[in-house]
Design a protein around this ligand. Structure first.
Ligand code: FES
Ligand code: FES
Length: 217
């Protein structure tokens, strides 16, 4: 019986002590007490602007940009190269495809400040209205577009695809990873699958790429 009382007593004491400490915690500090609190070291805010230099279509460019600016927005809003299109802005449609140091990327998924020293090619850098790039001419010849919104991305992607095949880079449908990839329709369709065309000009796009591939293979 005594043991039981001791247990109850000590449990009650523990509860009272806990309640007192909770009350003490909830009491606001006086102004004096607050002044005596150790000051938190001030954190340095991250830089919001940065300078980046890269080459776009053969021309050196230096921009002062918000560090959150995508390469797509840097091209369109800062350099006014509006040929590169913004479709989804989420890496899902390929409308924003540009070529960076020989590789195609979705420029909406890449920050401008990551491209210091890179060589960037946009649709404006491939050809001119008077002197079309072979891929641009083939798209015109084969009706590889309807509304044209996806076309700059399709053409940049197609140019880089043929380079990938020439360099022997396999795709998900390459049967033999060690053999030179074939230049057939399934390879081209797979490699172009990141470029969506809402108008459905896919078969004409493949015809255009196949023609250029035949010429340059
Ligand atoms: Fe970049 Fe759609 S706008 S992938
Ligand atoms: Fe219209 Fe491709 S031509 S989305």
């Amino acid at each position: 019986m005594n043991d039981l009382c001791d247990v109850n007593l000590s449990r009650r004491n523990v509860l009272i002590a806990g309640a007192l400490s909770a009350t003490a915690t909830a009491v606001p500090l006086t102004a004096d007490a607050q002044q005596q609190q150790p000051q938190q070291p001030a954190t340095t805010p991250p830089p919001t602007k940065a300078r980046v230099s890269f080459q776009v279509n053969g021309k050196q460019q230096t921009l002062e940009v918000d560090t959150r600016t995508t390469l797509l927005d840097a091209l369109r809003e800062h350099l006014h190269l509006t040929g590169t299109k913004k479709g989804c802005d989420h890496g899902q449609c390929g409308a924003c495809t540009v070529i960076v140091d020989g590789r195609r990327i979705n420029s909406c998924l890449s920050l401008a400040v990551m491209h210091e020293g890179n060589k960037i090619t946009t649709i404006e850098g491939l050809g001119t209205p008077d002197q079309l790039h072979a891929m641009q001419a083939a798209f015109v010849k084969h009706d590889g577009y309807q509304c044209g919104y996806c076309t700059p991305g399709q053409i940049c992607s197609a140019v880089a695809v043929l380079d990938e095949i020439r360099q022997g880079i396999p795709s998900h449908v390459s049967a033999d990873l060690n053999a030179k990839p074939l230049l057939n329709e399934s390879e081209l369709r797979e490699r172009m699958s990141g470029n969506i065309c809402r108008c459905g000009a896919y078969s004409n796009i493949i015809d255009a790429i196949t023609e250029v591939a035949g010429r340059t293979a």
